[in-house]
Design a binder for this molecule. Structure first.
Ligand code: PLP
Length: 382
């Protein structure tokens, strides 16, 4: 099956008793056993639930994995990956990460004896230079949130595995989605999503996903999901599955509108730097072009007048773009990383990588392109 068919049919079959095309929302915690010690296929919904199973099969299909897992949030999915490690293990991560990921690494898992090294993943040798025998995980985000940096997944996977092939490589694929890039095909071991964003696609749920392609790793992830219990609910699983069925057409439009917005901002006299991997002057344009089918719907930029006043004025003046956290829904959103999504990163750390007061992040929705550009134009000119 091609990707555009997998989003609709991947891992799906009509429901066994009625032939229902969509899996019913199995609102049940438990299932009858045929006799003591003989559960049937389903036993208890923390372990498995048929609606969640349908979604998890879809996750596996669209990322070309063998096993998918649905969690109660993106953070719960990342938490699960870190629980495969033990005190003393080392993690190498990118230096521009989603704020919540950085917060979880520094404020939760450092306490439990994991050690994190943050490197600029633009250059593969920055990663291989810091691998030790204790390195157990490489955590990649690409494109990064919010600076749209690009890491070369294939190059990183082959370089890391050459030094030590037991190191697990995980990719947060939230921004790109499998429509644009499929990390397991490029050599990664684990794909993670905040399904809250593009996979769900309608800003109506909070959910995380993990997808793997190795049976032993799948067993371990399933054990942690079951034992720690941060599972996705049946209703959210139903909604996410419905969302995935239109992922390919939504992403196509997100990419078209994202490109139009990046080009518009690039030419605008009031706009300074624009961060979008589809712009030819993006430092990793060549890698992005090779790695991704298209460039997505996330665009960051700064005004030429990079004062806080000018930035806040813009943020308050958009109409179609709603000022809100999150991204990846059908509607356009504008976010101020310093006060919103990346508020948990200490000032010194964020200034080091360029997350200043003047940075603005757009999640370009799938509304009409003309309306989107007109909204930006009026907000820039007020
Ligand atoms: C939102 C987000 C997360 C966290 O996911 P939640 O569903 O909010 O818990 C992780 N990574 C990236 C890139 C995100 O945008």
């Amino acid at each position: 099956m091609k990707f555009n068919t997998k989003t609709i049919h991947g891992g799906q079959k009509p429901e066994a008793t009625t032939g229902a095309i969509m899996p019913p929302v199995f609102m049940t915690s438990t299932y009858a056993h045929s006799s003591p010690g003989e559960p049937q296929e389903y036993e208890y919904s923390r372990g498995e639930n048929p609606t969640r199973t349908a979604l998890e099969n879809s996750f596996a299909a669209i990322e070309n994995g063998t096993h998918g897992f649905a969690f109660s949030s993106g953070m719960a999915a990342i938490d699960c990956v870190l629980r495969t490690l033990k005190p003393g293990d080392e993690v190498i991560a990118g230096d521009d990460l989603y704020g919540g990921t950085y917060r979880m690494f520094t404020r939760l898992f450092e306490k439990y004896g994991l050690e994190f090294t943050y490197v600029d993943m633009d250059d593969v040798s920055n990663i291989t230079n810091v691998i030790t025998e204790k390195t157990k995980l490489v955590w990649i985000e690409t494109p990064t949130n919010p600076l749209m940096k690009i890491a070369d997944i294939k190059a990183i996977c082959s370089a890391v595995k050459e030094v030590n092939d037991t190191v697990l490589i995980a990719v947060d694929n939230t921004f790109a989605t499998p429509y644009l890039q499929r990390p397991l095909d490029l050599g990664a071991d684990i794909v993670m999503h905040s399904a809250t964003k593009y996979l769900g696609g309608h800003s109506d749920l909070v959910m995380g996903a993990l997808i793997v392609k190795d049976a032993n790793l799948a067993k371990e992830v399933h054990f942690i999901q079951f034992a720690a219990g941060a599972i996705a609910s049946p209703m959210d699983s139903f909604l996410a599955l419905r969302g995935i069925k239109t992922l390919h057409i939504r992403m196509q439009r997100h990419c078209e509108n994202g490109r139009a917005v990046a080009n518009f901002l690039k030419k605008h006299p009031k706009v300074g730097a624009v961060y979008y991997p589809g712009l030819e002057d993006h430092p990793s344009y060549a890698v992005a072009k090779k790695q991704m089918k298209d460039f997505g719907g996330m665009v960051s930029f700064r005004l030429k007048d990079d004062s806080k006043e000018a930035t806040f004025k813009f943020l308050k003046n958009t109409n179609i773009f709603t000022l809100a956290e999150s991204l990846g829904g059908v509607e356009s959103l504008v976010n101020h990383p310093v006060t919103m999504s990346h508020a948990s990163i200490p000032e010194k750390e964020r200034l080091k990588i360029g997350i200043t007061d003047a940075l603005i992040r757009l999640s370009v929705g799938i509304e009409d392109e003309e309306d989107i550009l007109a909204d930006l134009e009026q907000a820039l000119n007020l």
